[in-house]
Structure formats: structure tokens, C-alpha cells
Write a protein that binds this ligand. Structure first.
Ligand SMILES: [Zn+2]
Length: 294
């Protein structure tokens, strides 16, 4: 046995047994309690750990790095929440199963119990980490806000609506739906044939035809290629239907727009009044185009 171990080894939380053997994780022997029962049979089991043994068991399970590093738990871990939730170290502490980061926080704060309703947050977002410098006391709401800020929630292609589409009532399976998949196909067919959104809306008694056509709603319905709306073509169609807005300003309209602006009317008001596009109206009012007309 090596004597004269540096006095600070135990203080630094390093298991001297582990240090000697060169292993990072050595489980200390657990004490047994044995009693002889009335029938003469010896019965026993593991003795309850003392607080000192609990703390030693904790330090034994942590791979302690430098002050700034994460100190991962080497022992048993549990997965919290769903798949996007993290792994946490788990151990028996003061006779109860506890997540090790909570143990780490308590040990670092004089073994004071963590107030009921409060959580220990990881500033490093690494659930297995037990570096007390990475642990903060906070509310569950703060924890959720942190996760949101750090992008830990499943959104986009990781979201439930993408990974488990069958769990959401879409289209006809949605009890609120007013139309059927067949209607959606017909809507695209009518649109391709030139019927306006407004008229289609009337026919199906649905107000938001555009969200169907731009594939925001009923996006799971496959539309035959011939009826699919080509983005460029759709834009042209829009321009044709809104021709007035894109027709040139006449000289009189240019003067009128500028007069209205001088009288204090906003660009929004003027473009609506004249039925012209907002951007063109703004350029004219601001004197960026047609500067020759006064
Ligand atoms: Zn950490």
C-alpha cells in the first residue's frame, strides 16, 4: 500500500483507491449488516450508507476534470422525458434515488435540500455533467426557456408532426374539416382551368382557398402534375388578375399621388386609393422614379 498520499486528494473528491489502481472508476466495498435471527439463521444485507459514504460514492462516480470542463457521471444513467430529453446520472443518495446533478449541487451547497418546485439547471446543457460551476438553481420555466433558446426542442424535420405524421388528424380525419381530399383535387383542377380563387371559394363554401393552393393546408394530398401550380405561372396569373396594380401610372396619377402625399396621406392610403402597387406608389411618392413629371 502506498502511504503518504497527498492530503488534498480526498479533498479534491478523488477516490484514493482509484488513484492507486490507475482505474478511473472503482466501486468501494459496501458494508454488510448481518444478524442472527430467532431461528438461528444469519440474515443480512448491505448496510445503509453513511452521509460520508454517500458523498464518497458520488465522487467515485464522477470523472472530475478542470474547473471549466464538464464532469460526466460514469455510473448508471437514466433518460428523462422523450428522445430529445437528456441522459442524467442516477445514484442512491441519503437512501433515495436521485439524479447526480442534484446531488452535485447539494454537496456543493452544504447538503442543503433543494427547495420543492425548483430545478437544477445545466448551463452546459449536458445532463450527465456534475460540475457545480455548470449548475444553477432555477424554475422549471427558466429551464424550458433555456432549452427553447438553445434549440433543444424538436422543430422542423425533427418535430412530431414530421416524424409521426400519423398522430395528427389531417384532412378528412380532422373532425373540423369541411371538405374532402376529392374536393382538394377538384380545387386544383379548377384553378388550373382558370377559375379564380374567389369563385372556387364560393363553390366549396371555403374562405381560405389560397392556403390550399399554396400548399399550407391539405399539403399531404398529392396533386397530379398537370394541375400543380407552377410558381412562375402562378405569379403571372396573379399579375393578370391584378393587372390594374401593375399597369403604369399615368402622368395625372403620378401628380395625384404626389399631391396626396404632400397633403399628408400615407403611401398605404394612396396605393389603395389609386389601386396601384404599393412599391411603385412608394417610389413615385418618394421621387425615386418619374422625376421628370411635376
Ligand atoms: Zn457541464
Amino acid at each position: 500500500m502506498i502511504m503518504n498520499e497527498p492530503a488534498n486528494v480526498e479533498m479534491a473528491g478523488i477516490n484514493p483507491q482509484a488513484l492507486r489502481s490507475g482505474k478511473t472508476h472503482v466501486r468501494p466495498k459496501r458494508r454488510m449488516t448481518v444478524r442472527t435471527c430467532a431461528d438461528g439463521v444469519k440474515r443480512g444485507g448491505f448496510a445503509k450508507r453513511t452521509p460520508e459514504e454517500d458523498i464518497a460514492a458520488f465522487h467515485n462516480g464522477v470523472r472530475q476534470g478542470s474547473a471549466g470542463e464538464c464532469w460526466p457521471w460514469q455510473g448508471a444513467a437514466i433518460l428523462m422525458g422523450n428522445k430529445s430529453g437528456g441522459k442524467y446520472g442516477i445514484m442512491t443518495f441519503m437512501g433515495k434515488p436521485m439524479r447526480t446533478h442534484r446531488v452535485a449541487y447539494m454537496i456543493a451547497h452544504g447538503l442543503k435540500p433543494i427547495p420543492v418546485g425548483l430545478v437544477i439547471r445545466h448551463t452546459c446543457n449536458f445532463g450527465l455533467c456534475n460540475n457545480p460551476a455548470h449548475l444553477l438553481l432555477g424554475t422549471q420555466q427558466q429551464n424550458m426557456d433555456d432549452a427553447q433558446r438553445d434549440g433543444l426542442f424538436a422543430t422542423g424535420d425533427r418535430s412530431g408532426s414530421r416524424t409521426h405524421p400519423e398522430r395528427r388528424p389531417r384532412g378528412e380525419n380532422n373532425p373540423l374539416s369541411k371538405i374532402t381530399e376529392q374536393d382538394v383535387l377538384e380545387i386544383f383542377e379548377l384553378r388550373a382551368a382558370g377559375m379564380t380563387e374567389k369563385d372556387i371559394g364560393k363553390k366549396f363554401a371555403v374562405t381560405d382557398i389560397s392556403s390550399i393552393l399554396n400548399r399550407t393546408s391539405w399539403a399531404h394530398v398529392r396533386i397530379p402534375v398537370k394541375n400543380q401550380i407552377d410558381k412562375a405561372a402562378a405569379k403571372m396569373l396573379h399579375r393578370k388578375n391584378n393587372g390594374a396594380a401593375h399597369r403604369r401610372f399615368s402622368d395625372d396619377e403620378i401628380r395625384l399621388a404626389r399631391n396626396l402625399s404632400r397633403e399628408g396621406f400615407t403611401v398605404t392610403h394612396i396605393h389603395r386609393q389609386l389601386g396601384k402597387s404599393y412599391s411603385q406608389t412608394r417610389k413615385i411618392v418618394h421621387g425615386e422614379v418619374h422625376t421628370g413629371i411635376v
